[in-house]
Write a protein that binds this ligand. Structure first.
Ligand SMILES: Nc1ncnc2c1ncn2[C@@H]1O[C@H](COP(=O)(O)OP(=O)(O)OP(=O)(O)O)[C@@H](O)[C@H]1O
Ligand SMILES: [Mg+2]
Length: 227
């Protein structure tokens, strides 16, 4: 039942290639109701996943199959019932529901997150500029989050995950609200990250462009199955 966590997957002894993230034997069930001895529904039954440098991996599965649950466990937002997760020092996470502060502008979000990531103001400012340009939403820099359209909010959500140039980027349904142009820009960013040796995990309930991924893993009945 123990869940072990450590911050240094690269140190995995004997692995032929460095692993940026490694999850093994992940189990999770949710209780139905609040009373003692309530029935529990298993969602994950031994899921596993590794991410290597320069890999773009897709995690697919039908609605309710447990993709977001696994993602939350990978980032440390949710505790697994069993299994182990080893993750890198710097990990970017784009949750399915953007977590933003309604009254803060895009610029203010970037400032806040830059400080949280302990970036210098200059580096954070430069990174923010690149992200506005790459995703095309600079004109909303001074707009409050509660006044952004759904697609622009998704850009902010993605931008915040990318700000500190994380070794691993975990994205939960990142392009659901994107228009076609933004979708293509998104894949350019992903391609640049692959080239830079970063790795990206993209969750989607359907995979439209299979050729854009290095490999795809299906989540079926709580287990991960390579496609
Ligand atoms: N906090 C919770 N308490 C109880 N049940 C939960 C909780 N979170 C998720 N579940 C259940 O776990 C199952 C998997 O949910 P999850 O959100 O991980 O699915 P998903 O694959 O991300 O689905 P989607 O494609 O709709 O985003 C669902 O049956 C859901 O109702
Ligand atoms: Mg989900």
């Amino acid at each position: 039942m123990a869940v072990s966590e450590s911050g240094s997957p690269e140190s995995t002894a004997g692995s032929a290639q460095a692993l940026l993230l490694a999850a093994d034997g992940i189990e999770k069930s949710f209780g139905r109701g609040w009373w003692p001895g309530r029935p529990r529904t298993p969602v994950l039954r031994g899921a596993e996943l590794v991410l290597r440098p320069g890999e773009v991996v897709g995690l697919a599965g039908e609605n309710g199959s447990g993709k977001s649950t696994l993602m939350k466990i990978l980032v440390g937002d949710l505790r697994a019932d069993a299994g182990s997760v080893r993750r890198p020092r710097r990990l970017g996470y784009c949750p399915q529901q953007p977590v933003v502060y309604d009254r803060l502008t895009c610029d203010e979000h970037f400032e806040l997150f830059g400080r949280a990531y302990r970036m210098s103001p200059e580096v954070a400012h430069r990174s923010r500029g690149h992200l506005y340009a790459a995703l095309g939403f600079e004109r909303y820099a001074g707009t409050r989050a509660d006044r952004l359209s759904g697609g622009t909010l998704a850009k902010l959500n993605l931008g915040l995950a990318l700000l500190a140039d994380p070794e691993v980027l975990l994205l939960d349904e990142p392009y659901a609200g994107f228009d076609w142009d933004t979708y293509l820009r998104f894949w350019e960013i992903v391609a640049q990250r692959r080239q830079a040796g970063r790795s990206v995990l993209i969750i989607s309930h359907f995979v439209a462009d299979e050729q854009r991924f290095d490999r795809i893993v299906d989540l079926r009945e709580g287990r991960t199955v390579p496609r």
